[in-house]
Design a protein around this ligand. Sequence first.
Ligand code: PMT
Length: 399
Amino acid sequence: MTSLQGKKILLGISGGIAAYKMNYLVRDFIKLGAEVQVILSPSAENFISKLTLSTLSKKPVYSDFYGENGVWNNHVELALWADLILIAPCTANTLFKMVNGTCDNLLLAIYMSAKSPVFIAPAMDLDMYKHPSTQQNLEKAEDFGHFIIPAESGELASGLFGEGRLAENETILETINSFFDVKETLSGKIVLITAGPTYEAIDPVRFIGNHSSGKMGFSLAEEAAKRGAKVILISGPTSLNVENRNIELFRVTSAKEMFSKVFEFYENADIAIASAAVADYAPKEISSEKIKKSENSLTLELVKNPDILKTMGEKKTHQFLVGFALETHNEEENAKQKLFKKNLDMIVLNSLQDEGAGFKKDTNKIKILTKNETLKFSLKSKIAVAKDILDFIETQILK
Ligand code: PMT
């Protein structure tokens, strides 16, 4: 296990008897080269000592917004420091608060400010674990894109036997290690990705656009880069930035600009993924001055934009070509049509009928369609969806 080397783990401990096991978990994380910042919920302090944890983690342990001598424990800084947040043990109470937006302690404020992946290892008595509200809250957490490390069966602190025991430390370590354990399976490949919306100018002030945030495309770029690919990311207007140095980001505005940029790189690409929400039409004329409000109605003549993906399909030589389909009805049928019409190797379908899927959110729910098969996936974080998409592409290109 070496993938934990240099990783920053924020371990949130809530108030359950299994908290005592975290001494060993912190020691193991440190031994494997991770940095660990421990945060306790106020009631966790009854179960475990700050002194032991800070000695093992070699860092101060916080449980309150305010430290000694009036120092503020900045929850935003702590949240952004972490590569991964692990809540273990996660009690029914902390779980409920996490999925319902309660923010009444430092641990919850950090959780709500976090951008990194969140892993939850629940632990509680068997009836609490089985209770429909706990199960629903775990489902909600999964819908938010968090990863659950399920409780195990065994003897519980109450003396009862059943499900609710914190997963063994070894299981927790393995789960987190394998999350970071990314093999350079795309080393030597060039992956071209389009992302975000396009803006089609009407005048110097206004444009026609859409709700794409770029999150899906940027997640794909980060994941492909992690796997060793050289990534060319061509994005419409978004506020996102890239982290991995293997990603070369080109920012464009309109569909025509995206089209030109794509074909500077397409010929040499091994894999091309079109996740951008490209405007199908643009105003025929762009007014050089702001259009003044005068009449009761205004008619704009729109003309068709070039179809970037269709053109990639026409020019395809060796590239593995992946399209997206954003649908609202007859989803599979429409996606299949796009697959054939645009000469794609596969298409990723997301439907606006599915809660949590599509634009802006951090989650998506997809189906992958090829000429011969359809695979369904559950609602996941866009980072996890990007992994699923690239895992599937790898199975296809290595056939
Ligand atoms: O950016 P996010 O907020 O994370 O949202 C992600 C997403 C919902 C935008 C993404 O998952 C998605 O579905 N992208 C494709 C949206 C879309 O425009 O779908 P479409 O069915 O209209 O287009 C089909 C395919 O043709 C797409 O791959 C699109 O990129 C491509 N296309 C469309 C028109 C055009 N002129 N040129 C194109 O390349």
